[in-house]
Design a binder for this molecule. Sequence first.
Ligand code: ADP
Length: 398
Amino acid sequence: MLVLNSGSSSVKYQLLDMGDGARLATGLIERIGERTSLVRHVPLAAGGGSRERTGRIPDHEAALKAMAEELAEDGLGLDSPDLAAIGHRVVHGGLRFTEPTLIDDAVCAEIERLIPVAPLHNPANLTGIRTARALRPDLPQVAVFDTAFHTTMPEAAARYAIDVRTADEHRVRRYGFHGTSHAYVSRETAHLLGKAPEEVNVIVLHLGNGASASAVRGGKCVDTSMGLTPLEGLVMGTRSGDMDPAVIFHLMRVGGMSADEIDTLLNKRSGLVGLCGDNDMREIRRRVDEGDEEAKLAFDLYIHRLKKYIGAYCAVLGRVDAVAFTAGVGENSAPVREAAVQGLEGLGLALDGARNAARGDAPRLISPEGARVAVAVVPTDEEREIATQTYALVGKNN
Ligand code: ADP
């Protein structure tokens, strides 16, 4: 199973053996279309270190050909008879795509129709799909949507309280993102507790550079923090998260800023970067420990928002069995986990200091033995989830 994640100027890929679950190869092609592009390939099955080369890769077609050459060098090329399907990450599936979907021309047209609500992501995802289909037209290819897991949200969580006709005309609603990760992590958390996903209620905190929380009841998402776009919700690396929407009118009317300038401000120059100039949590913690006030404000604001969502989702779920931390910050930053849970004993949340400080790659509990609510670190694996969903669908159709 080959998994492709095509961005506007990058392609990430992973090859997995679904027989034993082994990761055979991973790679990244960056700066597509720029003067010097970079190909980094890690031939995990073939052993040996990663291979890197630079050169100009003008477009996605050239990028996928470069990937195919790298894979072929390990004897696992795109033309290999062992390749059963390609799974594509697609950011926005709107209301139409609630499940992984076998790609045909009509599906491509629908992903294209969703470009107005995902102008940054869907065009790049689509380019990757079209290129891969041109290279292997005979192979089943499946789209796995970031929004799909959130389509189970009830209307009360999925709508904004604005005029219904205007909202519907422009498809304005809360779609949510990172769904593949929330699906995978909520399921893995249930397994960690020795339960079926249907039996447990989980709050998933996906804290990467982009960050989102979700409330998952019995395996189904009932609320999530990102909305029409990934801008809503938690404080992120460069995004503001929640804000009074009137800030935008104020910046337009009083600040003389254009819609595009405010878009860039809120998506690229806000969040941790806007507050203290850094978006890497390691650097922020280092600065906090040195007494840096700006970094401390950024950290405190990040934690304050996170706590608000934990509290809100406890209320949404009524009963919470587990809170799971995942992604770059969630998996690695013990200080963030400690600060986020501190003071929440009233909600049944507590940490075991030694467990929280211990590092590891496997899902693990960090709450004390016998705690009312389990707190866990559950590493996410979106590529594996895309491969699993693709495999399940292709298997069903054969
Ligand atoms: P994305 O996929 O959204 O780009 P990731 O899930 O890879 O993000 O997370 C990236 C972030 O993880 C970095 O910005 C960094 O702040 C954080 N991070 C990575 N390793 C650590 C660590 N050891 N301690 C704290 N934060 C970390």
